[in-house]
Design a protein around this ligand. Structure first.
Ligand code: ATP
Ligand code: MG
Length: 266
């Protein structure tokens, strides 16, 4: 029998997923958006927090960061209650806390605060059970903002491409997470999501899968195939989520949604 102490109970977080990779352009924002939408379409109430000063998730959801009343930077600098920064998207059940370039400045201030890396975790306590899932889209660095996401979540979901440098980045990330293990949630999970998978690149695929064979348990079963409609939606900035529901990207993200639901407590 597991006896939960007050501290343990305090540490339990419900379905909070940080989408991270210090490497740029690997599909963090794409995964944040499609996973959030997929979960929302399954009837889950989802909050996406855009924790990247580039504000790509915010922009992709048709919100101009300059025009948003407030964003995550206001929250992290304690000027605002997170509930006031939440905005409804066009998709039912799907809510967003927008980002803004000023988040860069917030990160600089957090670096000098001894408790700066746990600000987001403490802030999210205010939301209690309001959301079934909280997804955090991170910036491509391993700085204070990304540490905030890791401490605030119980899953790190790492989109990753098949290349030698991706693999090296992945090992660096695993090292970083190992070094902060004590501050992470008790039920913290680390999961790799292969993105832009191309089944024609047999030799590269086999090499990569061979290299991470010893970590097979952290590789998700779902692979996101390379999918031109996903890329085109991004380029044209028509509603990014408005892609052909039968294209491989849409189908793969549906499968990912189900895999995440199966992994998490519902
Ligand atoms: N499976 C895919 N097939 C085709 N294009 C993809 C796929 N996944 C992502 N892309 C495209 O790759 C580009 C980078 O994706 P995305 O913005 O999601 O990466 P990111 O990791 O969030 O980048 P950053 O590090 O700058 O935040 C985008 O143009 C996106 O549309
Ligand atoms: Mg991004």
């Amino acid at each position: 029998m597991v006896i939960l102490t007050a501290t343990h109970l305090h540490e339990i977080m419900k379905n909070r997923i940080a989408i991270i990779n210090q490497k740029g352009g690997v599909g963090k924002t794409t995964t944040s958006l499609y996973l959030s939408r997929g979960l929302a379409q399954k009837g889950k109430k989802v909050l996406l927090i855009d924790l990247d000063p580039q504000a790509h998730s915010t922009l992709s959801l048709g919100i101009d960061p300059q025009e948003a009343m407030c964003g995550i930077h206001d929250v992290l600098l304690h000027r605002l209650d997170i509930k006031q920064a939440i905005t409804q998207t066009e998709i039912p059940n799907f809510f967003l806390v927008p980002s803004h370039i000023r988040l860069d400045k917030a990160e600089l201030e957090l670096i000098h605060d001894p408790l700066g890396a746990t600000k987001l975790k403490n802030t999210l306590k205010k939301l209690d059970d309001e959301f079934d899932f909280i997804i955090i889209d991170c910036r491509p660095t391993l700085g204070t903002l990304t540490y905030n996401a890791l401490f605030a979540c119980n899953m790190a979901l790492v989109p990753c491409e098949i290349s030698r440098y991706s693999l090296e980045g992945l090992y660096d990330l695993m090292d970083t997470i190992h070094n902060i293990e004590e501050g992470l949630a008790n039920d913290f999970q680390f999961k790799i999501l292969l993105n832009r998978f191309d089944s024609r690149k047999k030799v590269s695929n086999e090499w990569f899968l061979d290299q991470i064979a010893k970590h097979r348990n952290i590789l998700l079963n779902t692979f996101i195939r390379v999918c031109e409609p996903l890329n085109q939606a991004h380029m044209t900035n028509a509603s990014v989520l408005n892609i052909d529901p039968k294209c491989s990207g849409a189908l793969d993200y549906q499968q990912l949604t189900q895999e995440i639901l199966d992994l998490c407590q519902n």
